[in-house]
Design a protein around this ligand. Structure first.
Ligand SMILES: O=CC(=O)O
Length: 315
């Protein structure tokens, strides 16, 4: 497979890069300072048969159109929102992603964010570091165990979060397109009703046209001044302007965010808020999971080029 051209869209994980270099003829899009068309001219776009993208740069219509020999997009991510799936389908290009291997990490981080916000872990850590404890106790935080948790999207990650929250004695309810027969949790077909009924609302669904800004002012107000919002999905699930004003005006109790509308930009107003915990989109970024995701990308590519079934096909 050494002669097969594979284009990596941006730096992701060193081990993945090494593996791609070992098994394929790897092109790195970020090594070009010119436009993509220029890059592809000088690197013979027509020799590239696979694209490896991620949550930052996937495969949009422009990239797909400039690669006439493209056969497969193997994403180093579970999210597919940076891939023009319609174009891929139209052109018969296969698509694979990295589900399952990252589920635990993302669900763990969701719990970490809940605890971070409710128990004020970051704020109290800062309190100790700057020596304020010597002057006074930190004050009281909010309990997590036993709270009502609402999950938007009961897929693999949403279900893993639900299981973890159950272990904290929480009651679980969820909103999704359809009721899940495998789950005993309370189902809401209306997200406002879910937000009204829970204290912690967690966004864990895929980003699509229907779920863009699914967390709008109405949902935030339904969650209310004692509610907290956790987002480990995509920034665009939340109307960030509305989120910022709700937090500033005390209409929302707090937020734990791993993702933002315009990454790596984070609204300045959030930086000074003690009831907000911010992470730089690191849901699956552990050594173990990153290696497993890389192995899955390589296995999907090898399967495709050996005319075998993809391990984790999307299209
Ligand atoms: O955000 C992470 C992913 O989609 O894998």
């Amino acid at each position: 497979m050494k002669s097969i051209g594979v284009l990596m869209t941006c730096p992701m994980h060193k081990y993945l890069e090494q593996q791609l270099e070992t098994h394929f003829n790897l092109f790195k899009l970020w090594h070009c300072n010119s436009s993509i068309t220029e890059f592809l001219k000088t690197h013979q776009g027509n020799t590239i048969r696979a694209v490896v993208g991620n949550t930052e740069i996937g495969a949009d219509a422009e990239l797909i159109a400039s690669l006439p020999s493209l056969e497969i997009v193997a994403s180093y991510s579970v999210g597919l929102d940076k891939i023009d799936l319609r174009k891929c389908e139209e052109k018969g290009i296969r698509v694979a992603n990295t589900p399952d291997v990252l589920t635990d990490d993302v669900a763990d981080l969701a719990v970490g964010l809940i605890l971070g916000v409710l128990r004020g872990i970051c704020a109290s850590d800062a309190y100790v570091r700057i020596g304020k404890w010597k002057d006074a106790d930190f004050g009281l935080a909010t309990k997590f165990s036993g709270k009502s948790v609402g999950i938007v999207g009961l897929g693999r990650i949403g279900t893993a979060i639900a299981k973890r929250a159950e272990a904290f004695g929480c009651s679980i309810s969820y909103f999704s397109r359809s009721q899940k027969s495998f789950a005993n949790y309370k189902f809401y077909s209306n997200i406002i009703d879910l937000a009204t009924s829970c204290q912690i609302l967690i966004v864990a669904c895929a980003l699509t046209e229907e779920t863009r800004h699914i967390i709008n002012r109405e949902v935030i107000d339904a969650l209310g001044p004692k509610g907290i919002l956790i987002n480990i999905g995509r920034g665009a699930h939340v109307d960030e302007t509305e989120l910022v004003s709700a937090l500033l005006e005390g209409r929302l109790g707090g937020a734990g965010l791993d993702v933002y509308e315009n990454e790596p930009e984070v609204p300045e107003e959030l930086l000074g808020l003690g009831n907000v915990v911010l992470q730089p989109h690191v849901g699956s970024d552990t050594v173990e999971t990153s290696d497993a995701m890389a192995d899955l990308v390589i296995s999907n590519l090898k399967a495709h080029f050996s005319k075998k079934s993809l391990l984790t096909p999307v299209i």
